[in-house]
Design a protein around this ligand. Structure first.
Ligand SMILES: [Zn+2]
Length: 643
């Protein structure tokens, strides 16, 4: 039950509460008694009409606030007298007056007036308060009369097991509709609360709702459900939202941490709430930072949704007979804090597992036993649709005819640029193909292969390092080469025919110092993540570097703007092979490569017609008004003679 102290859940609209599946709201009798007062509820026919809430409402008795809020009060057998914080008048609250107020408010579930004491008081004080609570419970039942509104009894007894058992026995002897465990979550440790809860739930009838008042965190809920509790109320989902804290399937996330700045992902990837469907963490982080009210409204919406979803999942696992597995799995997970970013002080087992799957901005995700590297900033996954090795072969190594080219008698090395080393899928597919070929050659006639010079460009080695610490998911990395490459930036095969070099840094800078390539695997993140790699200016520089060599470039995209950029830069452009859901990819040829027999299918007139109509006709970073690149595309030699 979300807490709607003043007949409203902090900053939440009723539509969102209904949407998240909230069944019951909790409202506070004490506050509503003072403002707006009983007569307003009587005028509107109760709280449902007043706040237009179609589902159930539970009201507390007002006792907890009277005993816990500061201010003057006097207690007697009759009831309590306290001074109103609104108008300083003396107000009386007795079992009869509490029930009358709750009847006026129109709660579906009313609570008896009880006497709350701190859970740490002496046994005699706790016993006296408990006995008074029992007498007041009788008076509440009498005051309820024949009202159709449900009434719950409350078990008290501080943290004394004998008192809790006695209280449960006395209260369950009375004809209540449900039973609450009161006086907890007021200063005891979590372990004491859990023990106490178990003692009480053992004594409660199985056919009535059991309600643990004022609890708690998601982990507290899990532990209490494990001990047989059905209902909870807590202000944490909205109160912590105001502080920037979210409860998620990855544990708690604290948006005050700078680590979340710029993170382009939902706050909970497993959540279907409006906030998670609509906004990134980066945006919520920003709202929190500028103290924008919407920030905690959106976070509160998510937290309430997460709590409701957690309760639904717990119910499904109990009914499905899988409770214990779920309970064990969630214990660590729900309590994990800020698994993203630095400065984690308390690390749980589940969290350690998650942390090991992350390095810098990258994380390992697995699909059917195959590992992929995902960029947590953009959400982009490298080789997302297939086994990375299979894709490397079908998209780069195969179409580039690496094996055929290594079989020739040429003595100059075959130079391959591997742009975007990532987790070395393309580089290792190349090395493994070359080694296989060398092995076959050695077995047959011993003739040497054409030397291979593989140059990998990468500005962030975290992805390869991360994959190397999980080789069971990246089996192609079980090889001396990648470790050697990281350590020395160069690996040479034992027979000397294959050299692999690492050129660290920004490709657009480093490319000028590399020998001209025969083949380019162009496999950086997409232009959404890494725009400068795909700009017209960068492709023009690349075309110039390849002007005197027969270079073939292979890339996974078939976007119209990328193809237009390649054409405008002076490359010929052909269709590349299909991969996964993509019906085709792209191959670019330098003029000398285009003049040779290459066997690729160049784009024809129909592509040009499509390009003219396309919304994506402008290359990344090009001026849409500039005629020079447009003329370079439409007047490109590869389309000449086709009209
Ligand atoms: Zn959410």
């Amino acid at each position: 039950m979300p807490v709607g102290t003043h007949a409203a859940v902090r900053a939440q609209r009723r539509e969102d509460l209904l949407e998240s599946g909230v069944q019951v709201l909790l409202a506070n009798t004490y506050h509503l008694l003072l403002r707006p007062g009983r007569e307003i509820f009587e005028q509107f026919g109760g709280i449902h009409g007043f706040m237009n809430w179609p589902r159930s409402v539970l009201t507390d008795s007002g006792g907890f606030q009277i005993f816990s809020l500061p201010g003057s009060r006097t207690m007697s057998e009759e009831g309590a007298t306290f001074r109103s914080y609104v108008d300083n008048q003396m107000v009386e609250l007795s079992p009869e007056l509490s029930i009358a107020a709750q009847k006026s408010i129109g709660a579906d579930i009313m609570m008896v007036l009880d006497q709350c004491v701190p859970s740490t008081v002496e046994h005699s004080v706790a016993k006296a308060a408990m006995e008074l609570t029992h007498r007041w419970a009788q008076r509440c039942l009498a005051a309820r009369g024949d009202s159709a509104q449900a009434l719950f009894g409350i078990v008290q007894g501080a943290s004394y097991a004998d008192l809790r058992v006695e209280s449960a026995r006395v209260i369950t002897d009375m004809p209540f509709d449900g039973f609450a465990i009161g006086g907890l979550a007021v200063g005891e440790t979590a372990a004491e609360r859990e023990d106490c809860t178990a003692v009480v739930t053992d004594c409660l009838p199985a056919d009535r709702p059991r309600y643990l008042m004022g609890v708690g965190t998601t982990r507290d809920l899990l532990e209490a459900v494990h001990r047989g509790v059905d209902m909870f109320d807590c202000i944490l989902p909205t109160a912590l939202a105001k502080q920037g804290v979210a409860f998620t399937s990855l544990g708690r996330r604290d948006l005050r941490r700078a680590a979340y700045r710029g993170m382009d992902a939902p706050i909970d990837p497993a959540c279907a709430c409006y906030t998670c469907k609509t906004y990134s963490i980066a945006y919520l982080w920003h709202l929190q930072r500028v103290h924008e009210t919407q920030g905690w409204q959106l976070l509160g919406l998510h937290n309430i949704h997460f709590y409701q979803e957690l309760m639904r999942r717990m119910r499904a696992h109990i009914i499905g007979g899988t409770w214990l597995d779920f309970y064990r799995e969630q214990r660590d997970l729900l309590d994990a804090r800020d698994s993203y970013g630095p400065a984690v002080t308390h690390v749980t087992k589940a969290q350690r597992r998650k942390l090991a799957l992350r390095r810098g901005r990258y994380e390992v995700v697995t699909q059917g036993g195959v590992g992929h590297i995902r960029d947590t900033h953009s959400g982009e996954t490298m080789h997302p649709v297939d086994d990375p090795q299979r894709e490397a072969r079908s998209l780069y190594v195969g179409p580039a005819r690496v094996v055929e080219r290594l079989k020739t008698d040429e003595t100059a090395p075959l130079v391959i640029w591997d742009v975007g080393l990532g987790a070395a899928a393309n580089a290792m597919a190349t090395i493994l193909a070359a080694e296989t070929l060398a092995g076959e050659r050695a077995a047959a006639d011993g003739g040497a292969l054409r030397p291979l010079s593989l140059l990998s460009f990468e500005n962030d080695l975290d992805s390869l390092q991360l994959a190397l610490s999980h080789v069971h998911w990246f089996p192609y990395l079980r090889h001396a080469a990648p470790n050697r490459l990281l350590a020395a930036h160069r690996w040479v095969s034992c027979c000397g025919g294959i050299e692999w070099r690492l050129l660290p840094g920004d490709f657009n800078t480093v490319k000028f110092s590399a020998p001209p390539p025969d083949i380019i695997y162009f496999d950086p993140f997409s232009f959404k993540t890494d725009g400068p790699m795909w700009s017209l200016a960068a492709f023009r520089e690349l075309a110039e570097l390849c002007a005197t060599s027969a270079t073939e470039l292979f890339t996974y995209t078939y976007s119209t703007s990328v193809r237009a950029a390649l054409l405008a830069a002076g490359f010929h452009v052909a269709k590349g092979p299909a991969t996964g859901p993509k019906s085709e990819t792209t191959i670019a040829l330098s003029p000398r490569a285009a003049a040779a027999a290459h066997g690729h299918e160049l784009l024809g007139e129909e592509w040009l017609v499509k390009w003219r109509r396309s919304d994506a006709r402008v290359p990344f970073g090009a001026d849409p008004e500039d005629l020079s690149w447009q003329e370079a595309v439409s007047g490109h030699p590869q389309f000449r003679g086709q009209f």
